[in-house]
Design a protein around this ligand. Sequence first.
Ligand SMILES: Nc1ncnc2c1ncn2[C@@H]1O[C@H](COP(=O)(O)OP(=O)(O)O)[C@@H](O)[C@H]1O
Ligand SMILES: [Mg+2]
Length: 272
Amino acid sequence: MLTDGSIAVQSASEAPFYRAVGDEAEVFRAAAGGGLPVLLKGPTGCGKTRFVEAMAHELGRGLITVAGHEDMTSADLVGRFLLKGGETVWVDGPLTRAVREGAICYLDEVVEARQDTVVVIHPLADHRRELALDRLGTTLSAAPGFQLVISYNPGYQSVLKNIKESTRQRFVAIELDFPPAEIEEQVVAHEAGIDAGTAGTLVRLGNAIRNLDGSPLREVSSTRMLILAGCLVAQGLSLRGAVQSAVVQTLSDDPDVVRALGELADAVLPRA
Ligand SMILES: Nc1ncnc2c1ncn2[C@@H]1O[C@H](COP(=O)(O)OP(=O)(O)O)[C@@H](O)[C@H]1O
Ligand SMILES: [Mg+2]
């Protein structure tokens, strides 16, 4: 599905598997109906990307995903002139393509990007629904169906510092979090292809780590990590080995923390 670098384009295929946790799908549908931009908040690996993929599919819209990073420039979003066989030709960036095609443009972790990059989205997020192509001297009106979706992880400080308050107030905010245990268990079992019992054990461990008091971890065990551990189990690795590699060692490099997480895992996992 990945095309070039950080840009992914979703084409028509079967519906992505997504288990709704609250009213997020209803809110998204309403926002999409009104052409309103959406701000998705939630920790890494909780299902934000999957949710957008599922909604784009349900709404029959194209989905163009851009992963934000601090070196991203507005040209990376809007487009640039490139030299092709001695000729300079304009090549649309992913945002411009979404604006022309009436697709959903999902800017993943866009707050990583610099201020001068993010300004291009302001007139797209408000009632103007316009994108200025300064280099071409034109302004595009967004095609019907175009929708801006941006995500961020509220656990990182300085988020949204690059988005003007007046723009931010135009977004419909949807907060996602790790699903409740019974849903997360189904997700892990489905995605990793493991039995419900093993998935349940992984979810119990995930929640034990999430509920640690005074946790020194920057990120907690995500649904994505639990799925990864499940995939290793599906490949024949022991549950302990899978947890060690996909969860414990991933969460920290500090030997004391790794040891403490290992002990927690020993307490939660069934005896070998
Ligand atoms: N509610 C859910 N329904 C289905 N799959 C989910 C759900 N939440 C998380 N997942 C699974 O977790 C993985 C990680 O989620 P992802 O959408 O990539 O997280 P994020 O974008 O928030 O970092 C997905 O690939 C998917 O397999
Ligand atoms: Mg994501």
